[in-house]
Design a protein around this ligand. Structure first.
Ligand SMILES: Cc1cc2nc3c(=O)[nH]c(=O)nc-3n(C[C@H](O)[C@H](O)[C@H](O)COP(=O)(O)OP(=O)(O)OC[C@H]3O[C@@H](n4cnc5c(N)ncnc54)[C@H](O)[C@@H]3O)c2cc1C
Length: 398
């Protein structure tokens, strides 16, 4: 996490999240009843070895639905259609509560009735990132313009980023905004095409541009890979993920039916030969054959001299008469910066660096854990570890 984060992370927070990974995983299993797919250990970009697990339903909803069941059992009422407009601080700076709009209808600003909620112990902010907010994200990073799609839901907007600035909360690194490298431009939002580009082609196949050459370590962190694709685009090439049937064993086992779904949906195509891929994507066939040849030598030697890519033990040379390919294009995905919090998840005041009384935060609205680049699979862990700490701190009104 520190290497990918360019050491811009808070090292204490990184250590806490890493040390708490196993206990929090076990907490979700034992306390919430979350079901994972423990036989399918994947490798996301920037990780040195395969080490992530995913839920049985393949989505974060496998955790969130169990959290909702748990809070219902505890008698906690979850209020939806409630828009937070203002966080109210008193004259001494302590947070008193919130101004909300009850009955809010997204995205109608001004809809719903204004109400005030007085906090008995404190307010925990967990308003997420702003990847869908083009005005705010281009203010931070002008190249993330409206032409770039986002993987996030439409409500990933920045009103509370602006509000917490207004009330004097410290924020850092808001311009470190992550793009995914592997999304499929044929789909809107996150889609499902990325599963092949990452869990198939990046782990067991290869990525080429329509120049016919590899252009990046397919398992580098997301920033390195997304930036490399943007360079290929600037040079007039497309980025193509390629894999063979023999190398999709793990992918098929981990995500049954996905390959067929991608083919039926037209996100990906099947080919009989590498030559067919070259013809379809207008890639120079000789160059593509040379690239695959060199990569196959790297697979046999378990050493990738070109990019130092990790070669999985299950990887076999790319050959045969069943090939798959699809296009990839970056989308705006994750905000690494945000509110500055201490180890108890108390939000710090920008003027004196001291905790704002009654204000806590966790998740993507905060900074510190990921630095320059968030590693795949580490956001949910960050949310779990720091979300629980923020809740415990608020309950004790620290
Ligand atoms: C498609 C996708 C796939 C991902 N997959 C993974 C993965 O496999 N592993 C991993 O570790 N991470 C993954 N991530 C990242 C991870 O899911 C997020 O970082 C994490 O869910 C953030 O949680 P959060 O609670 O901080 O914020 P969110 O889940 O974004 O929740 C914040 C909520 O607050 C709401 N909100 C914002 N402003 C207001 C307001 N003014 N009033 C009321 N509500 C407001 C938002 O609409 C949102 O519903 C993925 C992200 C995406 C988009």
């Amino acid at each position: 996490m520190l290497v990918a984060g360019l050491y811009m992370n808070n090292p204490e927070k990184v250590k806490l999240v890493a040390d708490s990974a196993l206990s929090n995983y076990e907490w979700t299993v034992k306390e919430l009843g979350v079901e994972y797919n423990p036989d399918a250990i994947g490798q996301e970009g920037g990780h040195s070895v395969p080490r992530y697990v995913f839920t049985k339903n393949g989505s974060g909803s496998g955790i969130v639905s169990k959290e909702l069941e748990k809070v219902a059992k505890l008698g906690v009422k979850v209020e939806t259609r409630t828009y937070v407009e203002h966080v109210i601080r008193d004259e001494k700076g302590a947070v008193l509560g919130l101004q909300i709009r009850k009955g809010y209808r997204f995205p109608k600003a001004g809809s719903g009735r204004v109400q005030f909620i007085r906090a008995k112990k404190g307010v925990v902010l967990c308003y997420g990132g702003f990847s869908r907010d083009v005005a705010y994200r281009t203010m931070q990073d002008p190249k993330l313009a409206a032409n770039l799609d986002s993987t996030n839901q439409p409500g990933a907007t920045a009103e509370l980023w602006r509000e917490t600035s207004r009330i004097g909360c410290a924020q850092v690194q808001n311009d470190w905004i992550q793009c995914t490298p592997w999304n499929n431009p044929k789909e809107k939002g996150m889609g499902i095409g990325w599963t092949f580009s990452q869990s198939g082609a990046a782990e067991y196949g290869l990525w080429v541009s329509t120049s016919g050459k590899r252009f990046v370590n397919e398992l580098a962190n997301r920033k390195v890979r997304a930036d490399a694709i943007m360079v290929e685009h600037t040079n007039g090439f497309k980025a193509v993920a390629i894999c063979t049937a023999a190398n999709l064993k793990a992918f098929k086992e981990a995500r049954p039916g996905m390959l067929e779904k991608l083919l039926e949906g037209g996100m990906m195509k099947q080919y009989k030969s590498l030559k067919d891929i070259a013809a379809d994507w207008k890639i120079p066939a000789d160059q593509l054959a040379k690239t695959v040849d060199e990569f196959n030598k790297a697979v046999k030697a378990k050493n990738d001299p070109l990019f130092g890519r990790y070669i999985n033990n299950e990887q076999v040379p790319l050959e045969g008469d069943a090939w798959y390919a699809c296009e990839m294009s970056p989308k705006v995905h994750h905000c690494m910066g945000g509110l500055v919090t201490d180890m108890q998840c108390r939000v710090l005041d920008v003027v004196d660096n001291k905790p704002v009384k009654g204000l806590y935060a966790a998740g993507e609205s905060t900074s510190g854990v990921h630095g320059a680049v968030r590693l795949g699979s580490c956001a949910i862990l960050d949310c779990l570890v720091n979300g629980r700490i923020a809740g415990q701190s608020a309950a004790k009104a620290l």
